[in-house]
Design a protein around this ligand. Structure first.
Ligand SMILES: Cc1ncc(COP(=O)(O)O)c(C=O)c1O
Length: 401
């Protein structure tokens, strides 16, 4: 008797997952950690470091945390919008002269990353056909966040690494080719990874084109205060708010309050009317509910206490200025070492890109124990004061071949 073999279709399970390409920066961290050479230099890191290579908790945050410990009576839920007073206190800092505009609403998010996720999700809910115009290179997490909500990306070249210049004509042309309702993703300041920020006149032109084309600007403001100053770093955003009815802002306190792991940010949404803003925020709350239900409280509560206590707020400005001054003074030190590095002194924020080939980046790693991203992106304040000279020497050595 013949027996028939019946092959049951096997249900798919976790074992069917494809492998994921690990983030190259994470691979770099692992390589650096495993390097036993005591003089190794890690400029791949994405956080501020002081003159001796630490990422300290700000004194004002320490004091706010002590107040929080003493005064917090409950850890009961705060609700989906998080700490409303915290968001309100950030309005004048982030929105400046637009802080009183009731068509702008804000909500606490887990870091700038959470704000980007929420903002792009809102765009996708409003118009799944919107395309997002993204200048390259950009922060490597931007494209996956945009794609995760199903939006299409239109890339355009933003920066010419060899010349260390912004490809402004290309940028304007790309924005000019945008369709009404498309989104222009813009770095508010301290461009990551290039350090190349738009100047005032360039912001004016970008604003004009964005408004003319009916694009929605989405400003990523992750490093406010790390470039030229709190106000100067938001001036491009404020120009956009002057003329555009619909604007999104993903803001982060993780760097300028040095609370990275506490995940502290906000999404601000401007629409043409208070009614539309209310509807948009109802959608934002719905998405937040699905993604994380409620944002983590601790870091935002500490930031709220700092900003709500005049003496602490004043000292935060001083601590922020100290971080900014260090960033800019390391930039000047590197820039003055060789004309080929002078562009670093004209840029802002923690990051810059060296015009190195992949082979040269590998040579820096293997022969000089210097760890940076393959693109040549490095963090200027990844360097302690005493590491600046050996770093510059090694870079010039490799550049000279
Ligand atoms: C350009 C840019 N946007 C957003 C973020 C996200 O910041 P957060 O750590 O607050 O999520 C970063 C962090 O590195 C960034 O560089």
């Amino acid at each position: 008797m013949l027996t028939e073999t019946i092959t049951q279709p096997r249900a798919k399970g976790l074992a069917d997952l494809p492998s994921v390409q690990t983030d190259s920066l994470l691979q770099l961290i692992a390589l650096c950690n495993a390097d036993p050479r005591p003089h190794k230099i890690d400029v791949g890191v994405g956080v501020y470091r002081d003159s001796v290579g630490r990422t300290p908790v700000l004194q004002v945050i320490k004091e706010a945390e002590a107040i929080l410990l003493k005064t917090q009576e409950t850890k009961g839920y705060l609700g989906m919008s998080g700490d409303k007073r915290y968001t309100e206190l950030l309005r004048p800092i982030v929105l400046g002269r637009h802080a009183g505009d009731e068509r702008i609403a804000g909500v606490q998010t887990p870091g700038g990353c959470g704000a980007l996720c929420l903002g792009f999700d809102l765009i996708a809910r409003a118009n799944p056909d919107a395309r997002v115009l993204v200048g390259g290179p950009t922060w490597p997490n931007h494209p996956p966040i945009i794609r995760s909500v199903g939006l299409e990306i239109i890339d355009y070249p933003y920066y010419e690494r060899g010349q260390a210049t912004i490809r402004f004509e290309d940028m304007i042309q790309a924005l000019g080719n945008g369709r009404p309702g498309d989104v222009a993703l813009l770095h508010g300041c301290c461009h990551n990874p290039t350090g190349a920020d738009l100047g005032d006149e360039q912001w004016a032109k970008v604003t004009e084109v964005v408004a003319d084309r009916g694009l929605i600007p989405f400003v990523d403001l992750a490093y406010q205060g790390f470039g030229r100053g709190l106000e100067e770093d938001a001036s491009g955003l404020w120009r956009l708010l002057d003329v555009c009815d619909e604007v999104l802002v993903a803001q982060s306190c993780d760097k300028n309050f040095a609370v990275y792991r506490d995940r502290v940010g906000n999404l601000f949404v401007k629409t043409g009317s208070m009614d539309t803003t209310a509807t948009a925020m109802a959608h934002v709350m719905q998405s937040a509910r699905e993604m994380w239900s409620m944002p983590p409280d601790h870091g935002a509560a500490a930031v709220r206490i700092v900003l709500d206590t005049p003496e602490l707020a004043e000292r935060w400005h001083v601590e922020l200025a100290q971080m900014r001054d260090r960033i800019n003074s390391v930039r000047q030190r590197i820039a003055s070492a060789d004309p080929r590095l002078s562009f670093i002194g004209r840029q802002f924020g923690m990051f810059s890109m060296l015009p190195l080939s992949k082979e040269q980046v590998v040579e820096l790693r293997e022969s000089h124990a210097i760890y940076m991203a393959e693109s040549g992106r490095f963090n200027v304040v990844g360097l302690s004061d005493e590491q600046v000279d050996p770093f510059v020497e090694a870079v010039l050595h490799v550049m000279n071949g």
